[in-house]
Design a protein around this ligand. Structure first.
Ligand code: GCW
Length: 716
């Protein structure tokens, strides 16, 4: 009997134990493992009729066949126009007469050029599943959505879905260099093999496009914002063209970063002054050349006058002058310019928090119609927790695009399990109060507050040539989440996590519930053991790996962690109130209120805005010093709990990914202890207070932590 049970167990878990390398992302299309459901789906889906002949429709067909064959383990025939019961009928009203007759025009008015409808409809008396849209791209998105329903075991009858994106541009920004290193990349080298392009099309490019289309990402900036002008030379543009051709059927446009000094470097001009006519001509010519190769080229993304990049200020011109010059060049081709607001200057003694706002707010109203200003979610950088950027709501005349970081530069890099949707949502749901209560960051970027039609969100990609694309198996969830939220920012982090888990692992209730819990707490845990109660920018120099709050000797003041935590004998934290740098004044008064007063400031941002005496009492009754100890220790302990939770999920996960995640959680636990001990030992030199005896005391000295070096840490 025992043997039989064991055999049964082994047999039933065979599916789970198949090794997986993660390459298929969330598009695994494994057979529905619930027999009843499989049976039901097979009855409900009996044939496929897809109208249209564009490459996008071909891609949709291929995806449907691949998906259904995998999920249902039967070959569902493509039919033409019979519409038997259970037919999946896809097409636009113009490509499909049967769909035209269904009278869906009023719904299709809502879906725009990318949205879709999936509805159960009776055709010739038979229930069919209709996937329709105004464009073939909409059909493709609908197909992916339909497959997702099956992948996540949702009912497919009756269906009544209308979906359209809330943001127009949904982009990945690759910080990929032409030599294939990736700035802040933790998943290997760049997936763009420039050397073998354009002749060789790696299958990865197609799978990359499929993955993006499956979550609605419709643009990709191929190159690093720390730009290299070589990408604009003819041989490289041919390579870009080849990629654009792969992506086009999937609704994805390519964009490039423009190095501002390219007219000098490539054109041999003496200047790159945006008001110089020759310079303007050079860009116009270059742009024409690009569009002759790539007619649907998206446009340029520019980092200028920031961290050593050239820009218009080199010629005493403004960011608007620079952006407008490029905007005029791309305008005849319907291109756009995305100008980054991430600027700060070493020569400027003003709190770095304030510099982008100071530079950009006076320019509001001066940008051309086809310019977007891309703003990072917070004013400093992509810190583990950061109040929203004060520029959101402060430039009503300019469409602002959100820039999130999907790659985990400051959030555990390649070794930590940190699910970022809660961070993204925290920012999007923050109230700027720019037009009174409810003026959330989301409403600023979706254009609804100021009537902008150019809207968008970008994520700095976490993709590399690692077999599983993202390094950490759970990092794939962050790519997925960026896409899903840029399509619909009202989705909850839980829902996104759940979808991703069901598609990437298994639909088992217990697995999904527990793994989701690990994900949902992971970002808070990371904040807790690295940057609790508003600490920020205290990471290692250059590579940004691990803690280094002690660093004080770097050339630029604002590169030093001590600039941000300001620990001294009195207390810790950056006073950004009116008695300090007054960065807080950049927020609208109602928003400011939550932070202004040291005694009522929301504690998660306390040290962001205040220099707080060591013995200041927190809501918990602990002093600030005790509170720091509490958070660092609790955070590190919670990583241990994550490990235990993962161990309990072993029966549900294939061996390969189980082991990968397990090993990484072990590394994460060690890193958490490193952060905890390093930071507390260092801050203790100012607080002069003991780490409460109840805690296990650090087993290494501060000198030891200070001596650690990582000369070849990735991503630098
Ligand atoms: O977060 C910082 C990174 C730089 C990056 C810069 C930016 C591309 O450390 O590596 O440069 O931001 O966003 O421009």
């Amino acid at each position: 009997m025992k043997k039989l049970l064991l055999l049964l167990f082994l047999f039933s878990s065979f599916e789970y134990l198949n090794a997986e390398n993660g390459y298929d992302l969330w598009l695994r299309y494994k057979t529905i493992d619930n027999k009843q459901l499989l049976h039901l789906y097979r009855q409900q889906i009996t044939g496929l009729t897809i109208h249209g002949s564009s490459p996008t429709i071909t891609a949709a067909k291929e995806e449907l066949s691949l998906g259904l064959q995998g999920l249902l383990q039967i070959k569902i025939p493509f039919t033409s126009g019979t519409h038997q019961k259970g037919t999946v009928l896809a097409g636009t009203p113009s490509s499909s007469p049967s769909i035209r007759q269904l009278g869906l025009t009023s719904y299709l008015r809502q879906t725009g050029s990318e949205g879709f409808i999936i509805m159960t409809k009776k055709i010739n008396g038979n229930n069919c599943i209709v996937i329709t849209a105004n464009t073939d791209t909409g059909i493709l998105y609908g197909v992916f959505h339909f497959l997702r329903l099956l992948q996540t075991h949702q009912p497919v009858s009756p269906l009544n879905i209308i979906s359209f994106p809330r943001l127009k541009l949904r982009l990945l920004n690759h910080w990929d260099n032409l030599n294939r290193t990736v700035e802040r990349g933790y998943a290997g080298f760049s997936i763009w093999n420039w050397h073998t392009l354009p002749g060789y099309i790696d299958k990865r490019y197609i799978d990359y496009a499929r993955a993006n289309a499956s979550v609605g990402i419709n643009g990709t900036v191929l190159t690093n914002v720390n730009a290299n002008a070589t990408i604009l030379t003819e041989p490289y543009l041919q390579k870009v063209k080849a990629l654009a051709e792969v992506f086009r059927p999937y609704g994805i446009k390519v964009y490039l970063t423009a190095r501002f000094s390219a007219p000098i470097e490539l054109g041999g001009l003496k200047t790159a002054d945006p008001l110089n006519e020759e310079v303007q001509q050079w860009w116009k010519q270059k742009t024409k050349e690009i569009y002759s190769l790539i007619p649907d080229f998206g446009g340029f993304l520019v980092k200028a006058n920031s961290e050593g990049q050239p820009g218009p200020q080199d010629y005493k011109r403004t960011h608007a002058d620079g952006a407008n010059m490029l905007a005029d060049a791309v305008a005849p081709f319907n291109g756009i310019v995305i100008w980054r607001a991430f600027v700060y200057a070493a020569e400027n003694p003003v709190d770095r928090h304030k510099q982008a706002y100071d530079d950009f707010v006076p320019l509001d109203g001066q940008f051309r119609k086809n310019v977007m200003v891309q703003v990072k979610n917070g004013a400093i950088d992509f810190m583990p927790r950061e109040p929203f950027h004060p520029l959101f709501g402060a430039m009503p005349k300019t469409p602002l695009m959100m820039e999130f970081q999907v790659t985990q530069e400051y959030l555990g890099q390649g070794t930590n399990l940190v699910y970022l949707a809660p961070l993204f949502k925290e920012v999007l749901e923050s109230d700027t109060y720019c037009k009174g209560k409810g003026s959330t960051v989301a409403k600023v970027i979706d254009g609804s507050l100021d009537n902008h039609s150019l809207t968008g969100m970008a994520g700095v990609a976490n993709i590399g040539n690692d077999i599983n694309w993202c390094g950490h198996p759970f990092a794939q969830a962050n790519w997925y989440a960026l896409g899903r939220l840029s399509w619909d920012y009202t989705l909850s982090s839980e829902q996104i996590a759940e979808e991703w888990l069901r598609m990437s692992y298994i639909n088992n209730y217990s697995f999904v519930a527990n793994a989701k819990e690990i994900m949902m707490h992971s970002r808070d845990i990371y904040v807790q053991f690295t940057n609790p109660i508003g600490l920020h920018h205290i990471m290692g120099t250059g590579h940004h790996y691990g803690p280094a709050p002690w660093v004080s000797n770097l050339n630029r003041p604002e590169w030093n962690p001590v600039y941000y935590h300001k620990a001294d004998s009195i207390g810790i934290g950056f006073n950004r109130t009116s008695t300090g740098s007054n960065a807080i004044a950049q927020y609208f008064p109602e928003a400011r209120k939550q932070w202004e007063d040291i005694n009522s400031c929301e504690e998660k941002n306390l040290l962001w805005f205040h220099h707080v005496p060591w013995n200041h009492k927190m809501k918990s009754g602990r002093t600030v010093w005790e509170e720091l100890c509490h958070h660092y220790y609790t955070g590190a302990d919670r990583v241990k709990q994550m490990k235990q939770k993962w161990v309990a999920l072993k029966p549900f996960v294939d061996k390969e990914r189980y082991e990968q995640v397990m090993q990484l959680l072990n590394v994460q636990h060690e890193e958490a202890i490193w952060w905890r001990n390093g930071c507390l030992l260092y801050f203790q030199t100012f607080s002069k207070q003991p780490i409460p005896a109840a805690y296990e005391q650090p087993d290494k000295t501060l000198e030891y932590y200070k001596s650690l070096r990582f000369p070849f840490a990735p991503g630098n």
